[in-house]
Ligand binder design. Structure first.
Ligand SMILES: *Cc1c(COP(=O)(O)O)cnc(C)c1O
Length: 388
């Protein structure tokens, strides 16, 4: 049987039970399970303002709009971002008529603080950090840069559901925090192949409560019910509301939230299995490092990574991909350097490390249905393939 890079695992009976409740009471839309999911997510992560939306992409779009409007950024102001991401991160900047400025990545495939600092101009308003594969990379140093230069920090946490940051005091692990609590906004994805899979969904987690309130209005067409509820609390005015902006139809619904509520219960368990699989891969590939054929991408040990993705670098990547495919193994690539897309080609050549990595990187199969035999097969075929 073919071994795919991703395969979501749904707890079918439990999901159907949650959805059945929605159908029976006749409530599948905004509210009900979306509120429960937001509360459950707050409780699990420690975020205070989680807002469930239709996708990470639209969540980022709205998050940036809120930051832009509230802080009076102008069209053409800049957000420093990474070329090694899914295009959503960068499209979200452009949707808002802001300019994505690409900084280079480090060997963990996350933004390199030195490169970020070199790209800061008078127009820079924010940094978009992507925790690739669930890794925090040098997030901490980026956060310090943002504080130093008074920039907003936007975390594209599409891969980071369940990533914990380890707080170390005197070398003893005392506590962990969920990744992203200290960002201005963290945006998660619950798209169908992410490590907390629904069919589509995202969570926008603002630090600032007022920004969260704005985001909630924007995700429902700019409709502002609160003012009318306050001023006209009599029942007969319940239908009435104000509209404060050209918002979007982007809020989540109770069916997706039902899927999310179940998946959240299994998130830590699933992530632990992911880390276990990564350990098996690592043990094999790190011992080979001396022959320089395979370089596993390591995750910062200051985090307990969700391990959404397991990546290695190989010099003959395209050949290796072909060989794996011929053996019924279908890995992925995360990601093609975004500056190689026509859309972002203005920045081509500005991020040499990302360009090189983009030619070498492979994401090996990593999901809940992998057996240890599957993993061994992948390892054996990869080892053969690099010498092909
Ligand atoms: C999947 C992904 C997104 C987009 O998420 P959607 O929920 O599908 O919109 C954004 N950024 C990264 C890094 C992703 O992997």
């Amino acid at each position: 049987m073919a071994i795919q890079v991703f395969k979501p695992k749904y707890r079918v009976d439990e999901v159907l039970e949650e959805i059945k409740e929605c159908l029976e009471i006749g409530w599948t839309g905004l509210g009900y399970k979306t509120e429960r999911f937001e509360q459950a997510w707050n409780q699990y992560t420690g975020f205070k303002n989680s807002h469930f939306v239709a996708s990470n992409t639209v969540g980022l779009q709205i998050a940036i709009k809120v930051l832009k409007d509230a802080n009076k950024w102008k069209n053409g102001d800049e957000i420093i971002t990474t070329p090694l991401t899914f295009v959503s991160s960068n499209h979200a900047v452009l949707y808002n008529n802001l300019q994505p400025v690409f900084a280079d990545v480090d060997d963990q495939l996350c933004l390199d603080p030195k490169s970020v600092e070199a790209r800061i101009t008078k127009k820079t308003k924010a940094v978009m950090f992507v925790g690739l594969g669930g890794n925090i990379g040098q997030y901490k140093a980026i956060k310090e840069l943002c504080d130093k230069y008074d920039l907003k920090l936007i975390l594209d946490a599409a891969h980071m559901a369940g990533t914990k940051v380890v707080n170390q005091y005197h070398g003893t692990i005392i506590t962990t925090d969920h990744a992203g609590l200290d960002a201005d906004v963290s945006v998660f994805s619950f798209q169908s192949v992410k490590n907390l899979p629904t069919a589509d969904g995202g969570m926008v987690c603002f630090k600032n409560k007022d920004y969260d309130a704005l985001a909630r209005k924007l995700s429902w067409l700019g409709i502002d019910k609160d003012t009318f509820n306050r001023t006209n609390s009599k029942g007969s005015y319940k239908w009435d509301y104000d509209v404060i902006d050209v918002g979007f139809k982007a809020h989540g619904n109770s069916i997706m939230a039902s899927m999310g509520l179940v998946a959240l219960k299994y998130l830590d368990e699933d992530n632990a299995r992911r880390r276990e699989i990564c350990e098996i891969y690592n043990k094999e590939f790190f011992s080979l490092e001396s022959d320089n054929l395979i370089t596993p991408i390591f995750h910062n040990p200051e985090c307990i990574s969700s391990r959404h993705i397991y990546q290695i670098r190989v010099a003959n990547r395209d050949q290796v991909m072909e060989f794996l495919n011929a053996n019924d193994i279908f890995p992925g690539v995360h990601y093609k350097d975004n500056t190689q897309y026509e859309m972002y080609s203005y920045a081509q050549g500005s991020c040499p490390n990302a360009a090189q990595i983009s030619k070498e990187v492979i994401s090996l199969p990593l999901h809940m249905y992998l057996t240890n035999e599957d993993i061994q097969k992948v390892i054996d075929v990869v080892k053969k393939a690099v010498k092909w």
